[in-house]
Design a protein around this ligand. Structure first.
Ligand SMILES: Cc1ncc(COP(=O)(O)O)c(C=O)c1O
Length: 476
């Protein structure tokens, strides 16, 4: 490889050779994924032996480096796009968006300000507006793309704190249920609220936030001189796909003048389907709403979105105007153009909007809606097939693409079942045919399938359940 010793240029032929090899690897990955194990896991010692070295002073052939990445790095992962990856929330990415990411990175786009990136900023405006309209938010609303649900939730809660409390946090109280995603509790801590400023509201027998209990908690806090200011509801919980009673929570928030933050990182995209829309009714009344395109909108990691119903709230919360950015403001039409750095934490940021916009343009929204609908149906199919086997107990029925269950041999006690499920999980990982994970529901350790990958066929679900039944029967 001929190179100046002080730059990073490759020749055009070298760039093409490396690029074509990368594309071949990606295409091979996408077209043969279902034939491979869903997961591969190695211990640290083995990987240290394979990969550890001092940073080399001299370079080496990029194709050789790539071969080592293929052999030792990318072969040791859980394949989030795999048709039998049912763990946590899968990442059923799509190829068009993969290339959009490559393009955004290849051109090194930074849509932090309109001046540096007017075209990409316009695309982000359009893509966030598409999501805003789909979620039923008013035209005064708007959003910003961030790294994922955790940071999108942070963006919404920072905005709630700013707009509702104006920086005075004493005695302010925030409410959510045990089923809220852990990122919300982490964010509350990051924001500087103390544990006694949070209320864990009970859930009903369907694991939905209990609105009557929320109303009582708010009343009691007011009587005690506290300042209730925010409720976090979930539109599709990570554990069970449950949607909190959003309309009733929105009514209470309206009466009590509370900010409603809806975490729809997982479930909000189901608004593209008829049955999702029915389940998610009331989501459009949130003050801030999170939706993760890298979950159920089939985007490669990472992209999350925070929407607010008045976009000026984001700008009031996140704008800073240092002297070295004054040109960006002088040049722009402030009434129509946007510096996206004023809508969130990041100044330098990736052009995440491109992949979502390009894939919606290429496939069309109808295809997205049909793919989401298939994910909802797949969980129902899984429930039916589990019930047919006779050795499983459904713990929570299929909802928004999630079903939880246990392998239950006759005469097993509750204590036995938790131990058995733990052992069964280890066997499932070792087998590798499919990947799923466990969670706790009411103190029970359960297995959980999240079926949102549209590549998943009934055969994939059937063979996965067959594998669990076979391993379950052999587990001691
Ligand atoms: C409901 C919910 N909120 C937030 C998150 C966090 O999203 P991320 O992992 O993209 O940060 C998740 C992740 O699964 C989730 O299911």
């Amino acid at each position: 490889m001929s190179r100046d010793s002080a730059d990073f240029e490759l020749s055009a032929e070298e760039m093409r050779a490396l690029g074509y090899r990368v594309i071949d690897m990606i295409v091979e990955h996408h077209t043969t994924l279902g034939e491979k194990s869903a997961t591969s896991y190695r211990h640290r010692g083995e990987l240290e032996a394979l990969l550890r070295e001092a940073p080399p002073n001299a370079g080496s052939d990029p194709l050789e480096v790539l071969a080592s990445v293929e052999k030792n790095v990318l072969s040791n992962i859980m394949y989030c796009t795999h048709p039998r990856h049912f763990a946590w929330v899968p990442g059923p990415s799509n190829y068009v968006s993969v290339l959009a990411d490559a393009l955004a990175s290849g051109v090194n786009v930074c849509p932090g300000t309109w001046l540096e990136s007017s075209g990409p900023s316009q695309i982000e405006l359009i893509a966030t507006d598409w999501l805003r309209e789909l979620c039923g938010f008013p035209a005064t609303g708007g959003g910003v793309f961030v790294s994922g649900g955790s940071v999108a939730n942070l963006t919404g809660l920072v905005t709630a704190r700013q707009i509702m409390l104006d920086g005075i946090m004493d005695d302010a109280i925030i409410y959510s249920s045990s089923q809220a995603h852990s990122s919300n509790w982490k964010n509350i801590r990051i924001l500087g609220f103390r544990p006694e400023q949070t209320r864990l509201v009970p859930v009903d027998d369907r694991l939905r936030l209990d609105v009557a209990a929320l109303a009582r908690a708010v009343d009691e806090d007011r009587r005690n001189g506290k300042r209730p200011f925010c409720v976090i509801a979930t539109a599709g919980t990570t554990n069970t796909g449950t949607v909190d009673p959003l309309d009733a929570i929105a009514d209470l928030c309206e009466q009590q003048k509370l900010w409603l933050h809806v975490d729809g990182a997982y479930g909000a995209a189901a608004v593209l389907t008829e049955r999702g829309r029915r389940l998610l009714a009331g989501m459009e009344r949130a003050h801030s709403l999170v939706l993760d395109p890298h979950k159920w909108l089939f985007q490669p990691f990472d992209i999350g979105c925070c929407l607010v119903r008045e976009v000026r709230w984001l700008e009031q919360t996140f704008s800073e105007h240092p002297e070295y950015l004054q040109d960006t403001r002088d040049k722009m039409d402030m009434s129509r153009e946007v510096n996206f750095c004023d809508r969130g934490v990041q100044l330098t940021r990736a052009f995440r909007a491109l992949k979502l916009w390009m894939s919606i343009k290429v496939f069309g929204l109808d295809r997205f809606g049909a793919a989401i609908d298939r994910g909802i149906s797949n969980a129902e199919t899984a429930q039916r097939l589990l019930e047919e086997q006779g050795c499983f107990e459904i713990v929570t029925p299929a909802e928004l693409g999630v079903v939880t269950f246990r392998y239950r041999p006759p005469q097993s006690s509750e204590g036995d079942l938790n131990r058995l499920t733990r052992a069964l999980f280890d066997d499932i990982v070792a087998d590798g045919h499919a990947m799923l994970t466990t969670t706790m529901i009411d103190g029970q350790l359960v297995l959980r399938l999240c079926t949102i990958n549209p590549r998943t066929t009934e055969d994939d679900i059937r063979s996965t359940i067959g594998m669990i039944a076979r391993l379950g029967a052999a587990t001691k």
